[in-house]
Design a protein around this ligand. Structure first.
Ligand SMILES: C[S@@+](CC[C@H](N)C(=O)[O-])C[C@H]1O[C@@H](n2cnc3c(N)ncnc32)[C@H](O)[C@@H]1O
Length: 267
């Protein structure tokens, strides 16, 4: 089996543009369905008036502003963190509006259209740029993932497709969850997205490691970290399509069989 990349490979072989295109910005059926589920989950969370922030930490955000585009309406103080310097630099370039930054305008437009509140994409873009207050290193395998920095506990934490790709085994997944939840205030909300039962995913040509985890295990890890689960929605690969993926493993961008969208409150 080909080497599966992780850790520092996110600084070298992780092809940011290919990753964003293949997993989020192409218009295939699965990508659109998953994006809709993620949009719905975040909207439902934001619609509950008790989760208004202002401070949200995005853990392992990579080069992806998709979540921040939505959550900045209620969390105008976002600390955006990731392990990889090249991913952080990609986000910094967008915030600084450099000419070579990735263009997020279509994603922003899409979110504004789905929200249906008449917000212009230009206004949301400006709000997002104002809302990202810091872009910092994080390593969720560490007891303080944001070390050497120390923060007041956050009102909310958002993390997508990160814990299962950063944690080498199930024990470390549980430890990572505990490390993350330490950064959340009691009563604060965790918004989390995980690929289910994947052992790898592709970023361009490079296969990256993923820890196969299922919904019961993730729930257990969240509860053991001190949270109670508020909602959990599973999106599943259709069975016939799953067969097709397994027949062509090298071409599929992930060999997972679904995605879990989970929210939980810290006790
Ligand atoms: C699959 S990407 C997900 C990125 C983004 N959250 C998204 O939804 O597209 C996994 C991310 O986890 C980050 N990562 C890898 N190891 C990590 C660690 N030990 N601590 C925190 N983040 C890590 C990588 O740099 C990468 O950006």
């Amino acid at each position: 089996m080909a080497t599966l990349y992780s850790g520092d490979a996110y600084n070298s072989v992780f092809d940011i543009k290919a990753y964003l295109h293949e997993h989020f910005h192409n218009n295939d059926k699965y990508t659109l369905e998953i994006a809709q589920c993620q949009f719905d989950m975040i909207q439902q969370t934001l619609s509950k008036n008790n989760f208004t922030g202002p401070r949200l930490l995005e853990i392992g955000g990579g080069p992806n502003l998709g979540n921040a585009i939505q959550v900045c309406t209620q969390f105008p103080e976002i600390v955006f963190s990731d392990y990889s310097e090249s991913c952080r630099r990609s986000v910094e370039k967008w915030v600084e509006n450099t000419p070579d930054a990735i263009d997020w305008s279509r994603s922003i437009q899409r979110v504004c259209d789905l929200e249906g509140k008449g917000t212009t994409w230009e206004d949301r873009q400006a709000l997002l740029r104002r809302s990202i207050k810091e872009i910092i290193h994080c390593d969720l395998l560490k007891s303080n993932p944001l070390e050497p920095k120390v923060y007041e506990p956050f009102d909310a934490i958002m993390t997508s497709y990160c814990v299962e790709t950063a944690s080498p085994d199930k024990d470390s997944f549980k430890e990572s969850m505990k490390n993350i939840i330490k950064l959340l205030k009691p009563g604060g909300i965790l918004i989390m997205v995980n690929t289910l039962n994947a052992s790898r995913y592709l970023a361009g040509q490079a296969p990256f490691f993923s820890l196969p985890v299922d919904e019961p295990f993730i729930r257990e890890a969240v509860v053991e970290a001190g949270c109670s689960v508020v909602s959990a929605t599973v999106w599943r690969v259709a069975e016939d399509d799953e067969d097709a993926d397994h027949a062509d493993m090298e071409a599929a961008v992930t060999n997972g069989d679904g995605v879990l969208f989970l929210t939980a409150i810290k006790q």
